[in-house]
Ligand binder design. Structure first.
Ligand code: GLN
Length: 536
């Protein structure tokens, strides 16, 4: 069958969960046996979010091919259990970069380069790439931002044209809006949705399906009214009521028949039913944890949990499969020091040190790593978290009091963490770190080996600094084991302390590869160790 394109826009306000609704629809179509690609178009001018502060943007999600992307791609992967790539995230910056490079090459020779048609053509090309090169049955494209934003206009125009070119049998629009409930009047309000659809119409787009985010059940009559005023079939007005977890959204969308409505519009009436059994079991299990465990997440962006999105989701997955609720306690590393750390973290059964950049809060992270090591508390460090654990051992076991990462103190004589050789001459900051999937070989008989159950893995990276191998023999004498190494470069990818109850840290980011139906082994192992200690 020809690839079917679904364009998802949002209106009224942002943060309605467009990415989750898009991923849920993708899941339901996938569960019916279709191949589905899902893509996010971001209206900002950064080429990618690599140089953005997490406070601005939330987490930067890294794909297997080393693209630094929007965190919605994490939802896509966690829901669908697939690998996304650079093609799944397009930014205005990237579009303009391509068009400007083409202009310099002379590809538009003689022509004035303009938003229409050059920018819109490039947007269309990037949307269709997924359909034409990879032959997916469905390509779902989520347009970032809210209808009416100046920045989104070229995207809306591009998908308007695409729908015209592909025809209504091959392309459709889903528009997501908010239905506010006014408590004092006891009323649900349809006006914002009507205005939002009107705005879309001004841009030449008539939505085919409306998904209405609401905190109250929407009566049939209310939906019919919206259908009438927005020119949409009554059964194509679907409610998306608030649910306790994002993982319930696909099941709720199934109940609301979002996938059925979409298939009907495409005249695909004999599609098999969606098999959501394993997903349903996951959700059921998540509601019946046998106990709660307390894990400290020590980081410097803790005021904005979205900065640690994939980590938090990976803990949810591992918690469900370990039958416990993992309660994450955020600790601002700036507020932790050697003197107070034991008091601050005393109720925690596990400690995670989060990834990060720069000096702020680094001493607090090092103090937390020491506290975990000396008190036999399950420890899990990711990226900067591993680097802090190494610095800590160098300082407090080897006695190199000035040991540090050269990222933080370039003048220390003991750079136990140092810049990678091939990073030394890089001057551009965006997209130049060690990014994406790299192989790692695991030493047999180690904790990492028990956790993964194999010796060859591929995990995703985003860093410039590494464990300085000059110090490895000494660190190993001090009790640290390099249990995972990249064979080609000799870069140390996993460290552990075998005499400790559970002490492991990785230079890579395991959180990017945890999915609902395939939780990540490292998170599984850590949560299991935390659950065991909570029984003592
Ligand atoms: N800042 C460190 C580095 O670049 C760690 C990066 C991270 O935690 N992702 O090596």
């Amino acid at each position: 069958m020809a690839t079917k394109y679904i364009f998802v826009t949002g209106g009224v306000v942002s943060s309605l969960g467009k990415g989750i609704v898009a991923a849920s629809l993708a899941k339901l179509l996938q569960a019916r046996g279709f191949s589905v690609a899902i893509q996010k178009l971001d209206p900002y001018i950064n080429v990618d979010p690599d140089t953005l502060n997490p406070y601005e943007h939330g987490e930067c999600y890294v794909t297997i091919d080393g693209a630094v992307t929007d965190l919605d791609l994490g939802h896509y992967e966690r829901f669908l259990g697939i690998h996304t790539t650079q093609e799944n995230n397009v930014t205005t910056g990237r579009i303009y970069q391509t068009v400007i490079n083409n202009e310099r090459k002379g590809e538009y020779l003689g022509k004035t380069v303009q938003v229409i048609p050059h920018i819109t053509d490039e947007i269309k090309r990037r949307i269709q790439l997924l359909g034409t090169c990879h032959h997916y049955d469905f390509v779902i494209t989520e347009i970032g931002g809210t209808v009416g934003d100046i920045e989104s206009l070229p995207y809306i125009e591009a998908v308007r044209q695409l729908r015209y070119e592909l025809g209504s049998d091959n392309a459709l629009f889903i528009h997501l809006t908010l239905v506010p409930y006014i408590k004092a009047a006891g009323e649900l309000k349809s006006k914002p949705t009507q205005h939002s659809v009107k705005q879309l119409l001004e841009n030449g787009v008539q939505p085919d399906v409306l998904v209405l985010r609401t905190e109250k059940d929407l009566p049939r009559e209310f939906r019919r009214k919206i259908a009438l005023f927005c020119n949409v079939d009554p059964d194509a007005v679907v409610q998306s009521i608030d649910v306790p977890t994002i993982y319930e959204v696909p099941l709720m969308m199934q109940k609301e028949k979002l996938d059925e409505v979409v298939l009907k519009k495409f005249k695909l009436n004999d599609a098999p039913d969606a098999d959501m059994e394993a997903w349903g079991q996951f959700v059921e299990k998540s509601k019946r944890p046998k106990k709660t465990v307390n894990v400290a997440l020590v980081g410097k962006y803790v005021e904005l949990p979205d900065a640690y999105k994939s980590i938090l989701e990976a803990f949810i997955h591992a918690g469900v499969y370990n039958e416990c609720k993992v309660k994450i306690h955020f600790f601002q590393s700036e507020h932790i020091d050697e003197r107070t750390v034991s008091e601050t973290l005393k109720d925690m059964q596990g400690i995670m040190i989060a990834p990060g950049f720069g000096e702020r809060g680094i001493e607090g992270k090092i103090a937390a790593a020491r506290y975990a090591r000396e008190n036999n508390i399950p420890f899990f460090g990711i990226c900067l978290g591993m680097q802090c654990a190494v610095v800590e051992v160098a300082r407090n076991v080897l006695g190199y009091k000035d040991a540090h990462s050269s990222e933080i103190n370039p003048n220390t004589p003991h750079k136990v963490i140092d810049i990678m050789e091939n990073q030394k001459h890089i001057t551009n900051l965006g997209g130049t770190m060690r990014l994406g999937g790299y192989k790692c070989t695991i030493k047999e008989g180690t904790l990492a080996h028990r956790i993964y159950g194999k010796t060859e893995i591929v995990e995703r990276h985003r860093h410039r600094f590494e464990l300085n191998n000059e110090y490895l023999p000494e660190l190993e004498k001090a009790g640290l084991v390099a249990s995972g190494v990249n064979e080609q470069t000799r870069l140390v990818e996993i460290i552990e302390i075998p005499t400790h109850r559970f002490f492991i840290a990785s230079q890579f980011h395991p959180e990017f590869q945890s999915a609902v139906l395939t939780p990540h082994p490292l998170f599984m192992g850590f949560v299991k160790a935390v659950a065991e200690i909570s029984e003592l």
